[in-house]
Ligand binder design. Structure first.
Ligand SMILES: Cc1cc2nc3c(=O)[nH]c(=O)nc-3n(C[C@H](O)[C@H](O)[C@H](O)COP(=O)(O)OP(=O)(O)OC[C@H]3O[C@@H](n4cnc5c(N)ncnc54)[C@H](O)[C@@H]3O)c2cc1C
Length: 448
């Protein structure tokens, strides 16, 4: 059995600790921040997440799904809020399947407790990794409370330290390909409180979106009846965080664009000016591993924009695939396992980065577009009548284990087919006809 260092005790590091400890390895997790179960390290930046099918697959494989099931809220549909407060509900699947909303802070706490309950896991908070000797799997940590420094040697090191990864920084000193692309949008958390009696003020089983093309807001339910909202806007320009300087600017902006949300946000201004504004970047890098000694996992390997709600799910799938590879090759064969892990996951990390950018456009612009809604209806009908032939891209990503790279290619093929279907004369009136269905299926057989 190996001594394993995991740098980062966030969403992915904590799950990875469970997987590896259950295999019998001795696992030490070093986390830069304090223990979220004892201090409020997530204040104003918790942001709700959705757990999707592949996230659940990994949680189940690690045996922690029951603990997570207790803290989620099922989400069956998107609820679009237009400028006049009009609502459109669009189910995520034709068979009532749900994604699940969860508070990042609560999820992290649950997984840390699951990891800590295993006798061979040791959690070290306030330990920031400041240096990594890749060849010897040795990390140097600074205790941010006491100021002391310790050097820890392991057999294998995992960098689960998120987008700013110190482990990845160390790998960059060698032959390493890296890119980091900021998008123009930043985000800010805005919490929607419940009614005084604890009931929700919006449908809790929907992901609420206010799409406004250049910017958007979304809200996901919490178990206490409230919602965690996120405002996405360019950091500068005409409609941007930069232009909102005071309470009057803010109210004018919300009056013009999110009017129906104002009564739901009694302390909007206080929250807006208190909560931090954060940036969003896509990180691609290669290789994710260094010999049999070091591997990147989760956002450290593939930070993506959050518009498919898949960053954490992708990180959880990394953990599951790694565990499967250990099953296949054995726990003493780390060179082979880490090599296979990189080869299996890197194309999928790239694909989910592309898919997430694509979904940004969909959420921001298209969910308010009648042609897009018509396409969704046609696809829903095709899926209902020919589930073996047509699985919409969203379902492939959120409700299946299909590799992201395969989903991306199939999604592009669907685009080509649906472009032709939507161009059929009178499609608005006859989208439910057998003729339209036949045309789509014929195209499916021929379009490559
Ligand atoms: C607004 C927003 C919404 C999102 N929504 C979703 C969603 O709905 N569904 C989804 O699947 N994903 C979502 N994501 C993505 C998700 O948050 C990330 O993919 C996920 O947090 C990655 O987990 P991680 O453990 O790899 O990294 P992180 O969560 O960033 O955790 C890394 C940990 O490492 C620690 N750390 C960092 N540096 C060091 C160091 N030098 N030494 C020691 N510790 C260190 C950090 O303190 C942190 O605890 C969203 C992201 C954002 C920004």
């Amino acid at each position: 059995m190996k001594n394993i260092t995991i740098v980062g005790g966030g969403l992915v590091g904590s799950l990875l600790a469970v997987f590896l400890a259950k295999r019998g390895h001795r696992v030490n997790v070093f986390e830069r921040r304090g223990d979220p179960r004892r201090t409020n390290v997530y204040a104003g930046r918790s942001i709700n997440l959705v757990v999707s099918h592949r996230g659940w697959t990994a949680l189940r494989a690690a045996g922690v799904h029951e603990a997570v099931e207790r803290i989620v809220v099922p989400v069956h549909a998107r609820m679009t809020h237009d400028r006049d407060g009009g609502l459109t509900r669009l189910p995520y699947s034709i068979d009532g399947r749900a994604i699940h909303s969860v508070s990042r802070a609560e999820l992290n706490k649950v997984l840390l407790s699951e990891a800590e309950a295993l006798p061979n896991v040791h959690l070290h908070f306030n330990h920031q990794c400041v240096e990594v000797d890749l060849d010897h799997a040795r990390c140097t940590f600074r205790n941010d409370v006491t100021g002391s420094v310790a050097s820890i040697k392991a057999d294998v090191v995992f960098g689960a330290d998120g987008a700013p990864s110190a482990v990845r920084q160390a790998m960059m000193k060698g032959r390493f390909t890296f890119s980091q692309t900021y998008i123009e949008h930043d985000y800010k958390e805005i919490a929607f409180p419940p009614n005084a009696d604890g009931t929700p003020r919006m449908d809790p089983n929907c992901l609420h979106i206010w799409p406004r093309r250049l910017f958007m807001m979304m809200g996901l339910a919490n178990q206490d009846g409230g919602f965690t909202g996120t405002l996405f806007m360019p950091h500068e320009g005409e409609f941007s965080f930069d232009t909102i300087k005071d309470e009057q600017d803010l109210l004018r902006f919300f009056e013009a664009h999110f009017k129906d949300a104002i009564p739901l946000l009694p302390d909007l201004a206080e929250q807006y000016f208190r909560n931090p504004q954060s940036s969003l970047a896509i990180i691609r890098c290669s290789p994710w591993t260094h010999r049999d000694k070091v591997a990147l996992i989760g956002d450290a390997a593939h930070a993506i924009v959050p518009f498919y709600g898949e960053g954490m799910n992708a990180g959880y799938e990394d953990c599951k695939v790694l565990n499967d590879l250990l099953n296949a090759h054995g726990d003493d064969n780390w060179g082979t396992v880490l090599d296979a892990y990189h080869k299996a996951r890197k194309p999928n990390g790239d694909a989910i980065a592309d898919l997430s950018l694509r979904n940004f456009v969909e959420m921001r612009d298209l969910v308010a577009d009648p042609r897009f809604i018509l396409r969704k209806k046609i696809e829903g009908r095709l899926q209902a009548r020919h589930p073996d032939k047509w699985l919409p891209l969203y379902s492939q990503v959120k409700f299946s284990d299909i590799a992201y790279a395969d989903a991306w290619n199939e999604g592009l093929r669907h685009d080509r087919i649906m472009e032709q279907v939507l161009a059929l004369p009178g499609i608005e009136e006859r989208w439910e006809s057998d003729e339209v269905e036949r045309s789509a299926l014929e195209l499916l057989d021929t379009a490559r």
